[in-house]
Design a binder for this molecule. Structure first.
Ligand SMILES: Nc1ncnc2c1ncn2[C@@H]1O[C@H](COP(=O)(O)OP(=O)(O)OP(=O)(O)O)[C@@H](O)[C@H]1O
Length: 433
């Protein structure tokens, strides 16, 4: 990408239709991925990490190759863009192979699922839900076959044993042959499930409500910038389970930072219970880790009150890091493993309030489910920003929409919000075509 180049010019270069058509088509894709008209006129160098990923994605969609390979395409997208991309890929007329941790997205787009298991690929027809169902049925049948075979073998062995192994009795000899045949034909393997991870956030104990009171809060980043929020009023308690949604740049992360006291309101006030502990997870948390240290050293340094290494190993182990992963330098860990260190760090502070800003990036489907279970059994409050509809569906009982400087409650669940976004995307598409 030429950094001095205007964003839209890339597409002109990639196209042989002519500048106007290229600009219209690129404009549609960029709009779908969240680039406003003003942003589309900017130069590539003016975009930061997450937006650059979107530019790369837009370019791949624009080229429309015969084989499109996408590795976690939703990682840097918000809900609106996820819905748009789901529609776009659902209608992709060429071959698409993608890796994604978002079940809801896989359901909307995929017609086949390939499961990598024990160094082999197993192909299932249908979307992700169909794969889960088919795999469950196949494994149930396999387990029945295995148990039946084991019982039959035990009986046969018992029969032979009564005559003594190598007996000259014709009945015993025939059973021995039968057993031999079964073994030669290949025995059904026992179903071994992938080790399931279990995460946990400790019980923070009770503090009386109100835990957080947001009173008449307005906020903007500087005297000359636009207001992000005006006159917000709401409360947060230990039973709050909210997902913040809204378009890119609406202010979801800003709201979490205001609640967490990382930003101060421009006017109004946020009153916090003096005993409240908050744990904010965000995408840049893993970047603050000292990569030369091991996870164990890092946690021992952060929490000197834990003096026993074995105790700290257990704490980190609860977040799915075991053995060598705890003691090697964190630079040798994967992004997902570093995220787990950050989760262990937050959990050990026993927060009353979890503020989770895009926690699913770098986590696999099983870990996202484990995170959902951990949140469900957590005794404190939670505010979540996520592009993963399935996670939101599992853990949030309210949807708050951040838009046009206010926060309003959505009168339905997250799937009805998704339907609303889908209709919006389709409306935009009809207007543009
Ligand atoms: N440190 C900052 N200084 C100035 N402006 C900022 C700063 N951080 C964010 N902004 C701006 O504030 C607005 C809200 O940003 P914020 O990150 O809270 O939005 P968001 O809803 O979380 O967006 P996204 O869905 O893209 O993550 C954006 O227009 C952003 O450009």
């Amino acid at each position: 990408m030429e950094s001095q180049e205007r964003l839209l010019d890339i597409y002109e270069r990639l196209d042989d239709l002519g500048a106007d058509k290229a600009e219209t088509r690129a404009g549609r894709i960029l709009h779908g991925l969240g680039f406003t008209k003003k942003m589309q006129q900017k130069k590539c160098k003016d975009f930061s990490g997450g937006w650059r990923m979107r530019i790369a994605l837009a370019r791949a969609l624009f080229v429309s190759p015969h084989l499109l390979l996408l590795d976690e395409p939703t990682n840097h997208l918000d809900l609106d863009a996820c819905v748009w991309l789901e529609e776009e890929l659902r209608n992709y007329k060429r071959i698409l192979v993608m890796v994604s941790h978002s079940q809801d997205f896989l359901n909307g787009v995929c017609t086949n699922i390939v499961h990598l298991h024990k160094k082999q690929l197993f192909i299932y027809g249908g979307n992700y839900d169909a794969y889960v169902q088919t795999r469950f049925e196949l494994e149930t049948n396999q387990m029945k076959r295995y148990q039946g075979q084991q019982e039959q073998m035990a009986k046969t062995k018992g029969f032979i044993a009564r005559f003594g192994a190598g007996s000259r009795s014709s009945q015993a000899q025939s059973r021995e042959k039968q057993l031999q045949k079964m073994i030669e034909a290949g025995l059904t393997e026992r179903v071994v499930h992938d080790k399931t991870l279990s995460l946990a956030f400790p019980d923070p104990g009770k503090i009386p409500p109100p835990v957080i009171m947001v009173q008449g809060v307005s906020f903007r980043y500087s005297d000359t910038s636009e207001w992000i929020y005006t006159n917000l009023d709401f409360g947060i308690d230990l039973d709050t389970r909210v997902a913040l949604v809204g378009p890119n740049g609406a202010g979801k992360s800003t709201l979490l930072k205001l609640i967490d006291n990382q930003l101060l309101p421009t006017s109004g006030q946020i009153r916090r219970n003096s005993h409240v502990r908050m744990g904010r997870y965000h995408q840049h948390l893993a970047e603050t880790l000292d990569l030369n240290m091991s996870a164990l050293e890092y946690m021992m340094q952060c929490f000197p009150e834990v003096t026993e290494k074995e105790e700290m190993r257990k704490i980190i182990g609860r977040f799915g890091l075991s053995g060598r992963q705890q003691i090697c330098p964190m630079r040798n860990l994967s992004d997902g493993q570093r995220c787990r260190v950050s989760f262990a760090y937050i959990a050990w502070q026993a927060p009353h309030l979890l503020l989770l800003d895009e926690p699913t990036n770098h986590l696999d489907i099983e870990t996202i489910d484990a995170l959902a279970d951990a949140i469900k059994s957590f005794a404190g409050g939670m505010i979540l920003v996520s592009h993963d509809f399935r996670l939101i569906k599992q853990v949030a009982d309210k949807i708050w929409v951040c838009e046009k400087q206010v926060v309003t409650e959505w009168p339905g669940d997250i799937m009805s919000y998704k339907d609303y976004l889908r209709q919006k995307v389709q409306g935009d598409f009809i207007k543009k075509s």
